[in-house]
Design a protein around this ligand. Structure first.
Ligand code: SR1
Ligand code: MG
Length: 423
C-alpha cells in the first residue's frame, strides 16, 4: 500500500506549520517557522502562489489547485501539472542555465513547488504596461527559445532520451486540451466562456467568426500543434511568464510543457509584444508612448534575429541527434548541404511562428483568458480600437503567413494600423 496524503490546499495560516520542517525552506528563511510571514500573491489563472518571508530571507511556494482558479471548481484540472512544471523547469535550467528560478523542493502529492523568490524582478507584462523598456529582453528571450527548443529536440538529443521524455510529457493531456480549445477553436465560434469588449467589437467579432479562410487556417495550425511533437515546449510563453529587471530575465510557469512544434513558443512570445504594441495607445494618459511603440517593434525583431542566430549556432555545433546527421553533410565534405537544410528548417519555423502568433492574438481578445495589456484600458471605446488593430494583424498573420517575407513587412502593417486609428 502506498502512503499518500490527501491533497490539502495551503493557506497563509497553515503554511508555516505544514512546510516548516522542509530543509529547502528552513535553510533560506530561517528555522523559526513561527516568525514566517506569508502572503498569497497569485494573480494567474490556475494556481496559488505564496511569498514566504522568514528572518533570513524569502521564497516562493507555488501550489496547483485541483481546478481552474479563474473559473472555479466547475472546471476540474489535475494536480499533475505541477509535476510537468517541475520537470520542465529542470530541463530548461540544464538547457539554458540561469534563465529559470532555482528550485528548492518539489512535492508531487501536494502539487507544491518551492522556488527562489526573484527580487527586484517584476512580471514583464506589467513593466510593458507601465512603459518600461527592458534592454536585454529581446536577446534573452530569443536565446532562451533557441536553446531550450533546439536542445529538447531530435536535433540534439539521443533518440532514447527524447522518446522517454516525449512519453513522460504526453500525459499533460488536460493542459494541452486547454490550449487546443482556448487558443485554436473557441475564439472562432461562440464558445460559452468567451468574452470580448462589447458592443464595440461585436461587428468585427462576427466578421472573424464568419471568415472561412481564417477558420480553416486556424485549424491547420491546431493540426500542427497536436501532431508536430518536435521539442519540449514551455507551452505558455507569454509576457506574463517572464520576470525581469533591467539586467536579468527569468522565465517561469512552464506547466503547459509538452512536446510540440518549435514555432509555438516563439510565436506566442512575439504575439504578446505585438499586443503590447497595440495596447500602448490605451496607456498614453501620462504622455506619448511612441518611444515605447518603437521599442516593442525592435524587440520583436531582436527576439526573432537572436533566435535564428542562436539556433543556427547550435545547428552547427550541437547537431548530434538523429536529424540531418553530420554523416550526410559535413562528414561528406558537404557543409553547404547542412546550411541548406538549416534554411529550410528556419523557414518552416518562421511560417508556423507567424500563424501561432496570429491565433494567440485572437484568443486573448475573443476567448476566455484575456491579458492585462488591453484589460487595464478603462475607456472601452479606446480599448476596442486597440483590440481591433491587433485582431486585424492577427488575421493577416494566420491567413497570409506563407506569403510574408520578413518582420519589416509586418511591423510596417502594425504601424499603418496604429496610424489610421490615431488620425
Ligand atoms: C483556463 S487557463 C487560461 C489560460 O491561462 C494560462 O496562463 C494559459 O495561457 C491558458 O490558456
Ligand atoms: Mg501561467
Amino acid at each position: 500500500m502506498t502512503d499518500t496524503k490527501p491533497f490539502v490546499a495551503l493557506c497563509p495560516e497553515t503554511l508555516p506549520q505544514r512546510l516548516g520542517a522542509l530543509p529547502g525552506l528552513k535553510e533560506r528563511l530561517g528555522a523559526n517557522n513561527n516568525s514566517w510571514r506569508v502572503k498569497e500573491v497569485g494573480d494567474g489563472n490556475l494556481n496559488l502562489v505564496f511569498i514566504v518571508e522568514g528572518e533570513q530571507g524569502k521564497a516562493i511556494v507555488k501550489q496547483a489547485l485541483p481546478y481552474v482558479r479563474l473559473v472555479g471548481e466547475s472546471w476540474p484540472l489535475p494536480l499533475k501539472r505541477s509535476f510537468f512544471e517541475y520537470h520542465a523547469l529542470m530541463r530548461q535550467s540544464e538547457r539554458d542555465p540561469g534563465t529559470v528560478p532555482q528550485i528548492f523542493h518539489f512535492d508531487a502529492e501536494q502539487a507544491i513547488i518551492v522556488m527562489e523568490f526573484l527580487s527586484p524582478h517584476v512580471i514583464l507584462r506589467r513593466a510593458l504596461i507601465e512603459g518600461r523598456q527592458l534592454p536585454r529582453i529581446g536577446r534573452d528571450l530569443g536565446r532562451f527559445a533557441a536553446r531550450t527548443l533546439f536542445r529538447g529536440s531530435d536535433l540534439a538529443m539521443t533518440a532514447r532520451r527524447r522518446k522517454e521524455d516525449l512519453a513522460l510529457f504526453s500525459d499533460n493531456v488536460e493542459l494541452c486540451d486547454i490550449t487546443e480549445n482556448l487558443v485554436f477553436s473557441d475564439p472562432y465560434f461562440e464558445a460559452p466562456l468567451n468574452r470580448h469588449t462589447s458592443p464595440q467589437l461585436d461587428g468585427t467579432v462576427a466578421q472573424l467568426r464568419a471568415d472561412r479562410d481564417l477558420k480553416v487556417e486556424a485549424q491547420k495550425l491546431k493540426h500542427t500543434f497536436t501532431s508536430k511533437a518536435e521539442t519540449l515546449l514551455h507551452g505558455d510563453l507569454h509576457t506574463g511568464s517572464v520576470m525581469v529587471t533591467a539586467d536579468e530575465t527569468r522565465v517561469i510557469d512552464p506547466e503547459f510543457a509538452f512536446y510540440g512544434p518549435i514555432a509555438f513558443d516563439v510565436g506566442m512570445m512575439i504575439a504578446n509584444f505585438w499586443m503590447s504594441y497595440f495596447s500602448q495607445s490605451g496607456h498614453e494618459a501620462q504622455g506619448s508612448r511612441q518611444g515605447m511603440r518603437d521599442y516593442l517593434l525592435a524587440v520583436v525583431v531582436e527576439i526573432w534575429t537572436t533566435f535564428c542566430e542562436e539556433f543556427s549556432q547550435l545547428w552547427r555545433c550541437e547537431r548530434n541527434g538523429i536529424l540531418y546527421q553530420r554523416s550526410l553533410f559535413e562528414d561528406r565534405g558537404d557543409p553547404l548541404g547542412a546550411e541548406q537544410a538549416l534554411d529550410h528548417v528556419l523557414h518552416d519555423i518562421w511560417t508556423d511562428m507567424l500563424g501561432f502568433a496570429g491565433v494567440e492574438i485572437h484568443r486573448r481578445i475573443l476567448g476566455l483568458a484575456h491579458n492585462a495589456d488591453f484589460e487595464t484600458i478603462a475607456d472601452l471605446d479606446l480599448r476596442a480600437r486597440c483590440e481591433t488593430n491587433a485582431l486585424k494583424l492577427g488575421r493577416h498573420l494566420v491567413v497570409n503567413r506563407r506569403h510574408i517575407h520578413g518582420l519589416a513587412e509586418i511591423n510596417s502593417l502594425a504601424k499603418l494600423l496604429e496610424k489610421e486609428t490615431v488620425s
